[in-house]
Ligand binder design. Structure first.
Ligand code: DQA
Length: 147
């Protein structure tokens, strides 16, 4: 079955409890449930979260060459700002990746303004709370002509 990968990095397992003033009250399960509801029949969601860089990279490698994977929504957390290993993995794969941030990273600390993964992603969405994930999935679905 064709699917989209929703891939979350470090500390995003704490959504709902982690700095709710910045990241909101939705848990990752809440977000993934709402994303699954956006899909037409016959498409599925593979939702994963890893606190380590290796898990993210392995997941990118596995989905990134899988002909059934239609796209990847990636919130790489703090790795966004300094992981050339994650950036290299995105550059290496064939499946499009959309970068997502819940908070507006450009309105926060200086170090969050730099994304080393942005240049190798298809696009980036930041600052719309949990809806950032929906916008990213919509962008991939539009690109694939599925809505
Ligand atoms: C984040 C922003 C990052 O700077 C931060 O390290 C995160 C979450 C966001 O979704 O707003 O862990 O990616």
């Amino acid at each position: 079955m064709k699917y989209y990968l929703i891939l979350n990095g470090p500390n995003l397992n704490l959504l709902g409890r982690r700095q709710p003033d910045v990241y909101g009250h939705d848990t990752l399960d809440d977000i993934n449930r709402e994303l699954a509801q956006m899909l037409p029949d016959g498409l599925s969601l593979d939702a994963r979260q890893y606190n380590g860089e290796g898990g993210i990279i392995d997941a990118l490698h596995a989905a990134g060459f899988d002909e059934n994977c239609l796209g990847i929504v990636l919130n790489a957390g703090a790795y966004t700002h300094y992981s050339y290993a994650v950036a290299d993995a995105i550059a290496a794969i064939e499946v499009p990746v959309v970068e997502v941030h819940i908070s507006n990273v450009h309105a926060r600390e200086d170090f969050r303004r730099k994304s080393v993964i942005a240049p190798v992603c298809s696009g980036s969405i930041s600052g719309f709370g949990a809806d950032s994930y929906k916008l990213a999935l919509s962008a991939l679905m539009m690109r694939n002509g599925k809505n």
